[in-house]
Each structure stands twice: as structure tokens, then as C-alpha cells.
Design a protein around this ligand. Sequence first.
Ligand code: MLT
Length: 266
Amino acid sequence: MPFAEDRGRRIHYRDTGGAGPPVVLIHGFPLNSTLWRPQEEALGDRYRLILPDLMGFGKSNVPDDPSEYSVDGFARNVLTVMDDAGLNRAVVGGLSMGGYVVFALWRLARERLAAMILADTRAEPDDEAAKARRTAQQERLRAEGTSKLIDETPAALMSDVTRERKPDVVAGAQATMDNPVAGWIGALEAMKRRPDSTADLSSIDVPALILTGELDPLTPPSVARSMHEQIGGSRLVVVPDAGHFSNIESAPHFSGAVAEFLAEAA
Ligand code: MLT
């Protein structure tokens, strides 16, 4: 089980060791690297998938102080994982908060990105209302821990189709949310303070695949379409029947679109 060390913190990652080109996939909030299980199964032999647990999640270290968390810090976690895995350059993808980290990587170290995958994410920062919602969530987490929010998240973010027809996928998502409360609070802080990435979109000149769930309430197809219009030459895939966790809600469709993209871009 490999760990990289970033500024004194241990960052865990999984490495499928596949024969093909390297692909780093960054999980969203409040998830961990096991989010990518379906892609590991579908693509892990053909590509070397590197799946980090961002600081605060999965098996990585969990600092208590929320001010230690930032999207740039998460991007540095990913760069140290790439160093540890011996990767100078890779295709890098992220879902939702993982996408915010991909934008940070583009600003910090674009020479290390061979192509990018942006799933269920957006370039805009939080507005004041979104920041206030995150602060309220942090207060709830301090008072009651994570379990009620884990119960509530599927109804808030996953599609009706998933919730009605794929109870195992819902249960799997909830298991992936079982991360330390300090990680949740820290990541909310990081997302509140994340910078605006919209001005970066037109500078992206590597192959880019944008995916979003057809029924994603947080980053709907209109948001993905706007990124697609601003990233020259990008490809847009709307994932049928899926909500915000499109890679697990409609896993075969998502993995198929990624495989098609990688066959050309990696
Ligand atoms: C995520 O899925 O990573 C988060 O819900 C994104 C966000 O809250 O902005």
C-alpha cells in the first residue's frame, strides 16, 4: 500500500499497475479513492491508474486544523503522489472537488498534465450563499459528526434513477463517505476558499474530456456545456441517468467514455 510524503503528511494512494499510460484520478467530497472502483475494474489493467486519497480522506493523514486544507494543498498532495509513483506526466482527472484540484494543478504544474478529465465539476468559485451553506455544514459536523450527512447525501446529490434502481450503488457511495470528520470540515474550508478558475479555461491546451450526470443537481449539463465552450477542442459527454456521482451512478457509460478518450489522448 503506497504512501507519499507531503510536507510531513502521509498521503495514501492506490496503483493498479496496469500496462498502459498513467492516469491519475482524484476523488470528490466527501469521498475517497474507493470512489473509482468501477473504473479500476474497467480500466485498471489497460492503464496505470493512480488513485490518491486527498489529505483528510481514506487512509491519508487527517490534520485537525481546517486552515491546513486548500485546493492548492490537495494539488501538492497529487504532485507528491506522482513523484512517488515515478510519474513526470500523466492524464489527470477529478470529480467535483477533484476537478477543483485539477484546475489548481493546471495553475501550479501544467507541464505535468498530458490531458485532463473534468467530471461533475465547475470552474466558478463559491458565491456568498454557497460559503454560508458550507459554514453551516461545518457547524453541523462539529455538533453531530458525519452520519446524518451521510444519510442525507444520496437524496441531495444522486439521481432518482440511481436511488430507485441501484441501492447497491447508493450503499457503496455511502461507504465511500465514511471519512474522518476533520477531513470533511477541512475540505469544506478548502472549497470555500478556492479561487475562480474561469479565466484559466481558455488556456487549457491539452486534450480535455468533460463529463457530467444528466441529472446532476450541483453541476448540471449547462455548467459542463459552458466549460466545454471555453476549453478549445474539449469533448463533452452527458452521462445518462446519473446525478452528481456520475462515475458510479452510470459506471459503464462513464468508463466507456473515458476509455474512448484515453485511446486517443493518452
Ligand atoms: C463534491 O462532490 O466534491 C462536492 O460536492 C463539490 C462541492 O460541494 O462543491
